[in-house]
Design a protein around this ligand. Structure first.
Ligand SMILES: Nc1ncnc2c1ncn2[C@@H]1O[C@H](COP(=O)(O)OP(=O)(O)OP(=O)(O)O)[C@@H](O)[C@H]1O
Ligand SMILES: [Mg+2]
Length: 253
């Protein structure tokens, strides 16, 4: 489905990806973990065609796509849920869905099915997307990508800024995508959330894949490895401590 082969990506003169390689098989959901600033979003943008790699190749469904424009790549069946929820702010939730929607087969997602997972959007159906809360915009970005009905989803920290209940729904939506045979690259910081639902997991550090496992459940319990590679001692602690940190960050007075 997706092959990333020895990719080098730069911002100006600073090199972010260093010969990064990974693949996502047909129907496979692959988790990509890593601390802040390690190059996860840079990798996602390189795959989606928003950044051009200086060296290396990206192949999607058998086609070399590294030189194609992002729009072409999207039309080949790749959907991106960008970090920080990029939606059309002046369009209503309904219009955002309508523009994105591409339904071909009967197993494809309809807006109604998506709203089962994110009921908050139903209540805001006729509201301009720019007036939604950050979390609601995140749900909308996910919903748009779902009704796009692509072959591969690139999810860049889809749970960032969501309340715990909505994180749960996001997880269920990803599980259902997987059941329907959609491939996905799931970029996350929530270690437990990721390892419990992916087929394979990789860890990115300074633009290189430093660890890869096809037994994510084992890594979940491997406290030592988690601490060594991503600086947390357990998958649960990683998810929980982040939520607590977020709460503590809210301004007081
Ligand atoms: N537009 C940009 N111009 C220059 N440098 C950038 C730009 N965007 C990101 N970087 C740098 O590239 C590196 C990787 O950033 P990237 O956004 O890919 O990290 P990330 O792994 O997605 O982090 P996070 O978990 O915080 O989202 C960082 O050092 C960052 O400062
Ligand atoms: Mg990022």
């Amino acid at each position: 489905m997706l092959e990333i082969d020895s990719v080098d990506t730069y911002y100006g003169s600073s090199q972010i990806l260093h010969g990064t390689s990974l693949s996502v098989g047909e129907g496979e959901v692959v988790g990509l973990l890593g601390r802040n600033g390690m190059g996860k979003s840079t990798l996602v943008h390189t795959v989606a065609g928003l950044l051009k790699p200086r060296r290396g190749q990206v192949t999607f469904r058998g086609r070399r796509i590294s030189s194609l424009a992002a729009e072409r790549i999207s039309r080949l069946g790749m959907s991106l849920v960008p970090q920080g929820h990029r939606i059309f702010p002046s369009l209503t939730v309904r219009e955002n869905f309508r523009i994105a929607s591409r339904r071909v087969g009967d197993r494809d997602w309809t807006a109604d099915e998506v709203l089962e997972y994110f009921p908050a959007l139903r209540e805001r159906w006729s509201v301009p997307a720019g007036k939604l809360s950050g979390g609601q915009q995140q749900m909308l970005a996910m919903g748009r990508a779902m009704v796009c009905n692509g072959k591969l989803m690139l999810l860049d920290e889809p749970t960032e800024g969501l309340d715990p209940q909505t994180v749960g729904r996001m997880g269920e939506a990803i599980d259902e995508l997987r059941r329907r045979g959609t491939s996905a690259l799931l970029v996350e910081q929530k270690v437990g959330f990721t390892l419990e639902r992916v087929d394979r997991a990789l860890i990115l550090s300074r633009g290189q894949v430093i660890y890869e496992t096809d037994r994510p459940q084992l890594l979940r319990a491997d406290t030592q490895t988690l601490r060594r590679l991503i600086g947390v001692s357990s998958a649960h602690e990683a998810d929980g401590s982040r939520a607590i940190a977020d709460e503590n960050e809210s301004p007081v007075g």
